[in-house]
Ligand binder design. Structure first.
Ligand code: 5GP
Ligand code: ZN
Length: 138
């Protein structure tokens, strides 16, 4: 299914032009319009799923297989020093386009993002940690 109001549906379908670096029946991989690093790209499924909760398991598995393939190929071509995969779900997690996508982020020593990609660590009490552990396991 496509969503007629969704920009990534239109890009994935080729209705809006994009710099496409890979395409098959299921996915299009495009260069991000506002790259965080040199070569920042996005894997878009051609079908519309808002996020990880909605995407079928098999499509998610295929997206991860493609991410692995793209990471190897891009690392070779760009001679980057490392690689991040990122995938945001929901506003609270930083999602701004509500069509599932995976960020492919080639990383370079001193690429200016060393801090941005890190996160702060919480200082939780033993009780708080235990409470979360119980929620995750009971
Ligand atoms: P999110 O924050 O939802 O995980 O990521 C959305 C990403 O899509 C951002 O990195 C943003 O720069 C990128 N983006 C938004 N609109 C467009 C567009 O029209 N074309 C391309 N190529 N990238 C886009
Ligand atoms: Zn869409």
């Amino acid at each position: 299914m496509k969503d007629t109001n969704c920009i990534f549906c239109k890009i994935a379908a080729g209705e809006i032009p994009s710099r496409t670096i890979y395409e098959d029946e299921q996915f299009r991989v495009i260069m991000d319009i506002s790259p965080a690093t040199k070569g920042h790209a996005l894997i878009l499924p051609k079908e519309h799923y808002a996020n990880l909760y909605e995407i079928p398991e098999e499509v998610a598995a295929d997206a991860m297989k493609l991410a692995k393939k793209m990471a190897s190929e891009m690392t070779q071509r760009l001679e980057c020093d490392g690689f991040n995969l990122a995938q945001n779900n929901g506003e609270a997690a930083g999602q701004t386009v509500f069509h599932f996508h995976m960020h492919l982020l080639p990383r370079y020593k001193e690429d200016g993002n060393q801090e941005k990609f890190a996160w702060n660590h919480l200082e939780l009490s033993e009780d708080e940690v235990e409470e979360i552990y119980q929620k995750l396991t009971k």
